[in-house]
Design a protein around this ligand. Structure first.
Ligand code: NAD
Ligand code: TDX
Length: 331
């Protein structure tokens, strides 16, 4: 199978390519990535000679048409992905997440190919802390930030192309990922690399916000399961029952890195900060048999901390620039 992976110099896409090179060695992989601030070619260094890498944007209609026509399936990770950036400057989110997805859909329609669209649980808005319900495939879309609104827009485009043009497509909405090769702007790597630099973790507001954490390899194994066993036209929610609030995550990182429990500071909260995400992944589990392999966030975080400690070269260059943005935002 010839697979076009968009955004594979980023966190989840690079882990996807590394993983399927092992689990699906017969897949022929082509990558398209614009190498934005979030893309890092070094993430693919181990497989550089086994894949075709094309630098370019998914908003480039001609390039997208050519690449889609030459492959069987598009696995679509490329996006602007950070909420804080979308609150600062929404435009790149509109261009990459909405227009970029539109370009891919039109090429998939024209050449009668398949697309698997990667999305997020944030499209469903947020839950109260004591809400017994979790998000399911039928929860109404109710996004809060420019980022999540752009992802919800892209999801709606995919659904409309399925209904109106009968394209071959599947969608998945996953909860918060963690693991190696995640940009240092994101919550967990920001704190790990900060501690490695002697800087205290930064907690937004009171830290009661809950995220439903999943290891990136578990997410990517679920994507492979949907590609191979998912029903065309369907949406699947991906989650590993990993709800933790931000205070609990910081406490665990401090303990694993040998720091005192109170060695963190509160910073300004994010405007419109979603309170809680929680995923019910019963449909995915029932239809594909997928189960998360990382049952325990402690062991997953241990592996992630060890990776950042051993790979300073990978993150050091982007750390200062990232923290300069946070200083400007007061976070
Ligand atoms: P990331 O920011 O680490 O990587 C995104 C990649 O896309 C980068 O390599 C970037 O260069 C590339 N890109 C951006 N705009 C592009 C464009 N116009 N053309 C080509 N390439 C472009 O993001 P991530 O965390 O790996 O997220 C990947 C996907 O998974 C996104 O669609 C995101 O919405 C979704 N998702 C992420 C999470 C999470 O916790 N990180 C959870 C659920 C879903
Ligand atoms: O320094 C911080 N301190 C802090 O308390 C940062 C960077 C974040 N936070 C909080 C905000 C959130 O409640 O931690 C939580 C996680 O923050 P992010 O890593 O920015 O993730 P989130 O906003 O939840 O979105 C993530 O999950 C869904 C990804 O970035 C999205 O791409 C994905 O769609």
């Amino acid at each position: 199978m010839k697979v076009l992976v968009t955004g594979a110099a980023g966190f989840i896409g690079s882990n996807f390519v590394l993983r399927v090179r092992e689990t699906r060695p017969d897949w022929e992989i082509t990558v398209i990535d614009a190498l934005t601030y979030a893309g890092n070619r070094a993430s693919l260094a181990a497989v550089e000679n086994e894949i075709t890498f094309v630098e370019g944007s998914i908003a480039d209609a001609e390039l997208v048409d050519r690449l889609v026509s030459a492959n069987d399936i598009v696995v679509h990770f490329a996006a602007e992905s950070h909420n804080d950036n979308s609150l600062d400057n929404p435009w790149p989110f509109m261009e990459s997440n909405i227009i970029g997805t539109y370009r891919l859909l039109e090429a998939v329609r024209k050449h009668d190919k398949r697309i698997h669209h990667i999305s997020t649980d944030e499209v469903y808005g947020d839950l109260e802390l004591d809400d017994p319900n979790r998000f399911t495939e039928t929860t109404p879309l109710n996004p809060s930030s420019p980022y999540s609104a752009s992802k919800a827009s892209a999801d709606l485009l995919v659904r409309a192309w399925i209904r109106s043009f009968k394209i071959n497509a599947t969608l998945s909405n996953c909860s918060n990922n963690y693991g190696p090769r995640q940009h240092v702007e994101k919550f967990i790597p920001r704190q790990i690399t900060g501690i490695l630099d002697g800087v205290k973790p930064k907690l937004y507001g009171a830290g009661a916000n809950v995220r439903d954490w999943i290891h990136v390899d578990d997410h990517n194994d679920a994507v492979v399961a949907i590609i191979e066993q998912g029903r065309l036209g369907e949406t699947y929610l991906i989650g590993a029952d990993g709800e933790q609030n931000n205070r609990e995550i910081i406490a665990l990182i401090l303990e694993l890195m040998g720091k005192p429990a109170d060695w963190f500071e509160h910073v300004n909260d994010r405007p419109g900060h979603d309170l809680r995400y929680a995923i019910d992944s019963s449909k995915l589990r029932a239809e594909t048999g997928w189960r998360p392999q990382y049952q325990d966030i402690r062991s997953g975080l241990r592996q992630t901390i060890d990776w950042y400690a051993a790979n300073r070269d990978w993150w050091e260059a982007s750390k200062a620039a990232t923290e300069a943005v946070y200083t400007r935002l007061g976070r």
